[in-house]
Design a protein. Structure first.
Length: 411
């Protein structure tokens, strides 16, 4: 994505601010000549920031403003002990509400809607973001928070909620409960705004079908405001993001090289207007791509694809980056293939070799034909020549985790 002069200027101003603030970035960028940054290429020489950096700045080392300007903190869950604390100024809180308001608007939500919010409120950014954006839009909010399914369904009926905000797993649970109780005719939902964790097409179709709603994927992370920084529109061609607040890059997660539009890699975010905790080249470890061209909806906001997985699960074979989510998607298209598969990567005659085992109920010639289609599909979609192996249903060991479906024996 070409950086505009406006974005470059905003980034330079932000760099000056974080240097003057004397916090985390002042230390990290102390050897950088800020005035020497004149082009996108200059900007791309700046070092990346990682979640570990943010964690090291605990508790308030990220703050780039005087303490009296901080009105709120949020915190991202730390699975490894120390959490990350993100301080917000009033402008940050207002800006986040504006970004979220735009998300609702893109999803076709209006002030006449009644928005049922099930994500949690508190240190985590989820619930409160859904809330502020909805209030800014002017819609009626029903701030449920998570849990208590009886109450959720009662309020959904009595308050005639039209928009459900939830994680995909909670949306599915509610959909199943509504079905089970036979109260679907009392539910007035029209749209679902669903937090963008990775969820398959099958789950998506089930939720949409059982609730009778149109679904929208909303993206975000606590380090960068929270949810509400990108959402898909009615054409579902990727998620629009707000380039007047954020600068997105896609990099090769192994080399750090910036990739051209359309290529799959890791999303790196630079904030343009954030005061409390600006971020410069923050690595999200989320896998996506910039969707090239214009969306048929006519909006000028650029797009990223739905999040396809985490870079931590990725492997590189013959110079091509692949990851479990991509293989899941590909096998879904393969006629006769079940959802069970395993991938083995090894060296053969000095070269990488990838063998893909997939279970199928087919046999004989039809099984052979499926193997050939599988090989062709990998070649045309991922650009990789594989060794296809179709096996019978039940032949592969069952595992809980997707990432354990790829076995790399090269190292
Ligand atoms: Zn669009």
């Amino acid at each position: 994505m070409k950086m505009t002069d406006n974005a470059l200027n905003m980034i330079k101003n932000q760099l000056k601010r974080v240097m003057a603030a004397g916090g985390f970035y002042a230390e990290k960028l102390k050897d950088v000549d800020i005035d020497g940054i004149r082009t996108q290429e200059d900007f791309e020489t700046l070092p990346f920031s990682e979640k570990a950096d943010l964690r090291n700045a605990y508790p308030l080392g990220l703050s780039a403003v005087p303490e009296e300007d901080i009105v709120r903190i949020h915190s991202s869950s730390g699975t490894t002990g120390t959490p990350v604390i993100i301080p917000y100024t009033q402008k940050d809180v207002d800006d986040w509400a504006e970004l979220f308001r735009r998300c609702y608007e893109i999803a076709g939500v209006t002030k006449k809607d009644r928005i049922h919010i099930t994500p949690g409120y508190g240190l985590w950014t989820a619930g409160i973001g859904f809330q502020l954006g909805a209030e800014k839009l002017g819609a009626m909010t029903i701030p449920m928070g998570p849990g208590n399914t009886d109450k959720q369904i009662k309020f959904m009926e009595d308050m005639e909620s039209t928009v459900l905000c939830a994680t995909s797993s909670y949306a599915l649970l509610l959909a199943e409960e509504i079905e089970k109780r036979g109260v679907k005719n009392k539910i007035k939902l029209k749209k679902g705004v669903i937090g963008s964790e990775r969820w398959g097409e099958k789950m998506r179709a089930r939720i949409a079908d059982e609730l009778g709603v149109q679904l929208y994927d909303i993206y975000g992370l606590t380090e960068v405001y929270g949810p509400g920084i990108a959402i898909n529109c009615e054409y579902n061609t990727g998620m629009h993001y707000f380039d007047d607040f954020l600068y997105f890059e896609i990099i090769d997660p192994k080399t750090g090289r910036v990739l051209p539009d359309g290529e799959l890699g890791e999303l790196v975010i630079t904030t343009l207007q954030k005061e409390g905790a600006p971020l410069i080249r923050y690595r999200t470890h989320d896998l996506t791509r910039i969707v090239p061209g214009k969306c048929p909806c006519g909006r000028s906001y650029p797009r990223i694809d739905v999040i396809l997985g985490r870079t931590d699960d990725m492997v590189k074979v013959k110079g091509v980056n692949i990851f479990p989510g991509q293989i899941d998607d590909l096998l879904k298209e393969l006629e006769g293939a079940s959802s069970e598969y395993q991938v083995f990567i090894d060296h053969a005659e000095g070269k990488d070799q990838m063998t893909v085992f997939v279970e199928t109920a087919l046999d004989g010639e039809r099984k052979k034909a499926m193997e050939k289609s599988m090989k062709d599909l990998f070649k045309t979609r991922i650009g990789l020549t594989i060794v296809p192996k179709a096996v019978s249903i039940g032949d592969l060991p069952r595992s809980e985790k997707k990432s354990t479906r790829i076995y790399d024996y090269r190292y």
